[in-house]
Design a protein around this ligand. Structure first.
Ligand code: CP
Length: 319
């Protein structure tokens, strides 16, 4: 496996949460919290990435991740290049690695990549020169590491004893990169109970040994401390898959304010976005007092500032 941390212990790439130790992940979250306390409007961080160039390469749609990485890089003083993938030469058949070499030749030194192909961010990281860093901004159905970090930051803001809480993840677990990265960080942080809830067709066939798989929403939500709703990843469904209609899905697996009453009284409701309202989540729940969905978005900016500032330590130690 590719080394994500350099020989000096600095984070160089962020491809997956898999082989990163809990202390480093907690340090990234703690630094994000400090950035938030100092105020994201502060100009004090402008030197951290001054003189460096960040390229946002999003080969799949994004609102939150792309905007927050761009804001984060600008707040740290970087030049930011947003490649328009619809007019890029990849459309003309250029390989992603040739695109990367082209950007490297323009002195881009931080590459933020979202793509539908499993393993692509690691492959890019294997090809770049030593001063270049690669960050995974959501890859296929395999991983979304900064989402895992921002979700853990949000959970820690509300729940102090992780070894006593139950996190219920509801929906299309099988095709969700968010579910995979959140599962990784929940297990690393010794969360007491992880439940996967959804229809059989959207449940992963293998893996996730610590998760309890539950096919009934009411049973799965009961006494949960955290409920995380997930969108059905229509773009990744095979044509042959047999899933409930949208109305049936809402009645069987939709998160409503009534359903949330089965969880603990101080339950928090999360959703990584984008939400499909009134399919996997009802307005009453999404906009209700238990919802921390907007807080997740704010924490996403802070986490991406924090990750980029860790990456800057590799860049300066490399010189
Ligand atoms: N959560 C998430 O990845 O959202 P975007 O697709 O809008 O970036």
């Amino acid at each position: 496996m590719l080394k994500q941390v350099n020989e000096k212990g600095n984070l160089r790439h962020l491809i997956s949460l898999d082989d990163l130790d809990r202390n480093l992940l907690q340090n990234i979250i703690d630094r994000a919290t400090k950035f938030l306390e100092l105020g994201l409007g502060s100009k004090d961080f402008q030197k951290i990435l001054s003189g460096h160039t960040v390229a946002n390469l999003f080969f799949e749609p994004s609102t939150r991740t792309r905007a927050s990485f761009e804001l984060a890089a600008k707040k740290l003083g970087a030049d930011v290049l947003n490649l328009d993938v619809n007019t890029s030469s990849r459309i003309k058949g250029e390989s992603i690695i040739d695109t990367i070499y082209t950007l490297e030749s323009m002195f881009v030194n931080i590459l933020i990549v979202r793509d539908a192909h499993t393993g692509i961010t690691e492959e890019i990281a294997r090809h770049v020169s030593p001063s270049v860093c690669v960050l995974n901004a959501g890859e296929s159905d395999t991983s979304h590491p900064t989402q895992g970090l921002l979700d853990m930051m949000t959970i820690q803001n509300h729940k102090k004893n992780l070894d006593k809480i139950c996190v219920a993840i509801v929906g299309d677990i099988k095709h969700s990169r968010v579910a995979k990265s959140v599962y990784e960080i929940l297990t690393k942080f010794n969360v007491a109970e992880i439940r996967f809830i959804g229809p059989k067709e959207l449940m992963p066939d293998t893996g996730f040994p610590s998760a309890k798989k539950i096919l009934d929403l009411k049973e799965g939500i009961k006494d949960a401390d955290v409920v995380m709703a997930l969108r059905i990843q229509k773009e990744r469904l095979k044509e042959s898959i047999n899933i409930p209609s949208e109305n049936e899905y809402l009645s069987k697996f939709g998160i409503t304010s009534n359903i949330l009453n089965l969880a603990k009284p101080d339950v928090i409701l999360m959703h990584p976005g984008p939400m499909n309202r009134n399919i996997e989540i009802e307005d009453s729940a999404a906009d209700g007092e238990k919802s921390v969905i907007r807080e997740q978005v704010t924490n996403g900016v802070a986490i991406r500032i924090s990750v980029l500032s860790y990456i800057s330590e590799h860049i300066s130690s490399y010189k």
